[in-house]
Ligand binder design. Structure first.
Ligand SMILES: Cc1cc2nc3c(=O)[nH]c(=O)nc-3n(C[C@H](O)[C@H](O)[C@H](O)COP(=O)(O)O)c2cc1C
Length: 155
């Protein structure tokens, strides 16, 4: 039987809610990409040039560490990858996630929440970080996450 995973990073809970909606709607397992060092409010201040998020996003090679891991990634053939848009792309910790597993032959479907930016720049960046996966079109799920996920899977 084909198995689906919803893996997500969420700094302030918005993407987490969408991820849970998606997992419930499509009957998938849920995995939180949890930073080894949690982000504080100050870390998330995009107005501050010296905040942790700004420093990380200014460095394309930055790979924040993840606490824990997905058990038996090999059992999943489809993985939704969710995140908040940060500076028009995915947070660097999502790149850490993509580089931590062998996704060749798996279907990956990105989704994001944002303050208004679209997901297309992030989609290009994700594909560049994980070219061996079969990437499907992503969704901006500030609302309607469940319905979007079902249609993404043809349900
Ligand atoms: C460091 C940082 C950078 C952000 N950059 C963008 C952006 O480029 N475009 C946008 O629309 N929203 C941006 N946002 C807003 C988040 O994408 C939005 O609030 C998201 O829903 C938060 O999801 P979360 O609660 O799962 O972390 C940014 C937020 C942070 C903390």
């Amino acid at each position: 039987m084909s198995k689906t995973l919803v893996a997500y990073f969420s700094a302030s809970g918005v993407t987490a809610r969408a991820a849970k909606e998606i997992a419930d709607a499509v009957g998938a397992d849920l995995y939180e990409i949890r930073p080894a060092e949690p982000y504080s409010q100050a870390d998330l201040n995009w107005m501050d040039k010296k905040s942790r998020s700004t420093v990380e996003m200014n460095d394309p090679a930055c790979r924040p560490a993840i606490a824990g891991a997905v058990e038996h990634m090999e059992q999943y053939d489809t993985v939704f990858v969710g995140f908040p848009v940060w500076w028009y792309v995915e947070p660097r910790i999502v790149d850490t996630f993509l580089e931590s597993y062998d996704f060749s032959g798996k279907t990956l479907i990105p989704f994001a929440t944002s303050g208004g930016s679209g997901i297309s720049k992030a989609e290009k960046s994700l594909e560049a970080h994980c070219p061996k996966a079969d990437w499907k079109r992503g969704g901006l799920v500030n609302r309607g996450a469940a319905a979007w996920a079902k249609s993404a899977l043809g349900m």
